[in-house]
Design a protein around this ligand. Structure first.
Ligand SMILES: C[S@@+](CC[C@H](N)C(=O)[O-])C[C@H]1O[C@@H](n2cnc3c(N)ncnc32)[C@H](O)[C@@H]1O
Length: 229
């Protein structure tokens, strides 16, 4: 996936309205098309599987409020809306204006009332203690370390007491082997990310790993779940 993403982002992104030190993607429909192609041909469906597992780990209940930070074109938030028809609020933020435009168009087409808006993790546009669950998939490696810490503190702020954070991210290149090692230069180290999450005040941090299938270029991923006291 990120061979194309890196290519797109060597130049500064002039269409994004929110400034951030994060690596912003802004390909809209092109992102969805490339993602589908990558997942089908190279990842053997493991990207879809990662989203499915992320939602399952979140155990969303009726009436809950859910936020996807770095939502891209909204695929995960829309999948949550499809699977949990009685959530009270589903929202997604991303600094990429084209990503958000695409997410809104998909939501309108599917008649899903998901609140997508341009926004950044370092300044989440919601009041304190709004959400029962916050997701972040494949975005933590888009942030430099200081921004990651700032973003995690923001997530802790918008979570309700007892609320949970579910992060899914690729593992780092040096932590993988064989064919998968060629794909995606970035990635997260689960231990480092766990330490940053604990620093943000979230507790009961647990991790799970998703190993690449045989003959797949999927880099391997990790899930982290943490709770606000
Ligand atoms: C690889 S994409 C993942 C998108 C989506 N979560 C998914 O799983 O398809 C990473 C996303 O992080 C977003 N991003 C970059 N900097 C960010 C920031 N400071 N705050 C929130 N999102 C950011 C990018 O614009 C991009 O859409």
């Amino acid at each position: 996936m990120h061979s194309f993403a890196r290519h797109r982002h060597r130049k500064p992104d002039k269409t994004s309205t929110k400034t951030t030190k994060g690596l912003v993607l802004n390909a809209g429909q092109g992102y969805d098309f490339s993602a589908l192609l990558f997942d089908t041909l190279w990842f053997r469906g493991q990207w879809r599987e990662l989203r499915r597992r992320t939602i399952t780990l979140a155990r969303i209940q009726a009436g809950e409020r859910v936020l996807d930070v770095g939502c891209g074109t909204g695929t995960l938030a829309l999948e949550v809306a499809r699977r949990v028809s009685n959530a009270s609020l589903i929202a997604g933020i991303d600094p990429g204006t084209q990503q958000i435009a695409r997410a809104k168009a998909k939501a309108a087409r599917r008649r899903e009332p998901v609140n997508f808006q341009v926004g950044v993790i370092e300044q989440i546009p919601f009041p304190d203690q709004t959400f029962d669950a916050v997701f972040s998939t494949l975005m933590m490696h888009h942030l430099p370390a200081s921004l990651k810490r700032q973003g995690l503190a923001e997530i802790a702020r918008v979570l309700k007491p007892g609320g949970r954070l579910i992060i899914a991210d690729f593992t780092r290149k040096q932590d993988r082997h064989g064919r998968a090692a060629r794909f995606h230069a970035g990635g997260s180290n689960l231990q480092d990310l766990t330490a940053s999450i604990q620093e943000s005040g979230l507790t009961q941090v647990t991790t799970e790993e998703m190993m690449p299938k045989r003959f797949s270029a999927f880099p391997g991923a990790g899930f982290i779940i943490a709770y606000k006291r």
